[in-house]
Design a protein around this ligand. Structure first.
Ligand code: SF4
Length: 529
């Protein structure tokens, strides 16, 4: 499939060229930088339309640009166009997709969010959305949808969205403020005295086309891509073990810890507490540089409860991590009931200058489950912690586990609704798995813990992602442990294999993250970062 790699989509209208021949105007626009043209001209007779399509095909090829034909799939195929542009009055998207497979890109004109979602579910590769502003040429499509709806479309669709209708140089800044970096234009180009110059000015005002939050191929808002969008380079998280313990193990909140907890299961072997932080960091960064080509790093304080110390100790550790020139920020894993005001203020101060992610372990939004797993805090403790951390310029991540004894998939899905109602930016998910040295392993051997099957986990995670707002980034979908301590389940998957199992399930369904959460995008939840 060809990529939608253009940010200005020129739609023809020969009634708005001030008497100049349309090919002359299109040539000028192509010379100015247009990379995609849609031939519209619905009123032309078949033979004239075909002739003009052939002419524009030659012109667009000359400039290495894409050609789209409005509605007429037969003409698109006859002239070797790159795609077709459909709408409510044309053949349906799925019918055209069935007929043409991936040979043709499909654009779709939508005038509302639900219509746009339907078109993408049917297979549209990009959307023109509008009219965003009042314009006589789109008066038949009703009142303008406005920039707020445009922003919601961009945040909730996994394909590029082009602002259409009344877009002019004077309102481009509003379009950009809505997070939109792609425009579909008619008169702003065709009626301009110098179309090429108008295109150049608009393109420089728009900047480059930004990738969508929901990755077109992955169908989710992955944390890796979010970091890349935000910082413009390849970033890895590097685990360090700063020698913390946990109040749910040392007796101050509880004893014995959570029933599944064996910290060996979530710590790379290089991160032993005896090794100075700087050495752990150097080893972790070298590993990620060599393996993934990572350029910058986020130091991940993962093991145990990483705010469970005096603020002086915390300040020393966090500052040492941030001192490395290739470190962009820190990610701090902790319990929601172990976040002192001093620790929160320290993180807030750091977040004024650097990237800070506060990772709060919740595991389940059901108090009965939290009690059964000896978690030692409540759901309300978590909500309180989220609200205390909100508005402090840091990302808030929630950690959830699926597969607790007695937990039904529907109960797990309620976590997505709770996340939608809170200022949470990011989520980590994994399956409940028993590892050696834990109460859960003993329960498994006594027959009191029956692990999920891989198929049911993948299906429920896909269900969850469909309900998770598109603004929330996904950091993890799978938990793994060293082979020698794995008890059950033993799925034998690598992390990326689980990602692709879930992504393939979403693709099979024709869905994506947030496609069932459109309402929550209207509910005043925080905007995507
Ligand atoms: S809160 Fe974390 S570190 Fe503490 S016992 Fe539970 S899983 Fe282990």
């Amino acid at each position: 499939m060809k990529p939608v790699d253009f940010s200005l989509y020129l739609i023809t209208d020969r009634s708005q060229t001030s008497g100049r021949p349309l090919p002359e105007v299109v040539r000028s626009a192509l010379a100015g930088g247009v990379r995609a043209v849609q031939l519209r001209e619905k009123d032309l007779a078949d033979d004239e339309f075909l002739e003009l399509a052939r002419l524009l095909r030659d012109l667009t090829r000359e400039f290495d640009a894409r050609l789209f034909i409005n509605s007429r799939v037969d003409v698109a195929l006859a002239v070797g166009a790159d795609g077709v542009h459909l709408g409510a009055a044309s053949a349906s998207v799925d019918e055209v997709r069935r007929r043409c497979g991936s040979d043709l890109l499909i654009g779709y004109s939508s005038h509302g969010l639900e219509e746009a979602h339907r078109a993408v579910r049917s297979g549209a590769d990009f959307i023109t959305f509008g009219p965003v502003f009042a314009t006589p040429s789109k008066a038949a499509y009703g009142a303008p949808v406005g920039c707020e709806a445009l922003q919601q479309a961009i945040e909730t669709l996994p394909v590029p969205v082009f602002a259409l209708g009344g877009v002019k140089p004077e309102n481009l800044s509003s379009v950009r403020e809505a997070g939109c970096s792609r425009v579909a234009l008619i008169s702003a180009v065709t009626a301009a005295p110098d179309p090429g110059r108008a295109v150049g000015e608009i393109l420089s005002e728009m900047g480059g086309a930004q990738p969508t939050a929901i990755h077109h191929e992955l169908r989710i808002n992955s944390y890796g891509h979010y970091l890349r969008r935000r910082f413009g380079c390849r970033i890895s998280k590097v685990n360090v073990d700063a020698g913390f313990t946990c109040p749910n193990r040392d007796g101050s909140k509880g004893a014995g810890g959570c029933i599944y907890c064996n910290n060996v299961s979530f710590s790379p072997r290089e991160t032993q507490p005896v090794i100075p932080l700087e050495e752990q960091l150097a080893a972790g960064m070298a590993y990620h540089r060599q393996r993934l080509g990572s350029e910058k790093f986020i130091v991940y304080f993962q093991k145990y409860t990483n705010t469970y110390a005096s603020v002086d100790i915390l300040a020393d550790l966090y500052h040492r991590a941030l001192a490395h020139p290739d470190v962009l920020g820190i990610s701090v894993g902790t319990r929601p009931d172990s976040l002192s005001s001093e620790a929160l203020d320290l993180l807030t101060e750091l977040a004024e200058q650097r990237y800070v992610c506060l990772e709060l372990g919740l595991q389940s939004a059901d108090d009965a489950i939290l009690e059964r797993i000896n978690r030692g805090h409540t759901v309300n403790d978590f909500i309180t912690a989220v609200n205390r951390a909100a508005g402090r310029n840091m990302d808030i991540c929630v950690h959830l586990i699926h597969g607790f004894p007695g937990e039904q998939p529907e109960e797990f899905l309620k976590n997505a609704e709770m996340i939608a109602s809170l200022p949470i930016n990011s989520v980590k998910l994994h399956q409940l798995h028993a590892v050696e040295g834990t109460e859960l392993a003993a329960m498994y051997r006594r027959g009191e813990f029956v692990p999920l099957t891989l198929e049911s986990y993948v299906a429920t995670i896909a269900d969850f992602l469909e309900r998770l707002p598109a603004r929330v980034t996904v950091q993890r979908l799978y938990g793994s442990a060293p082979l020698e301590i794995q008890v059950a389940p033993r799925w034998g998957l690598k992390n990326n294999q689980m990602w692709f199992s879930v992504i393939n399930e979403l693709r099979r369904r024709g869905t994506w993250q947030g496609c069932l959460a459109v309402k929550s995008a209207f509910s005043g939840a925080p905007a995507m970062l």
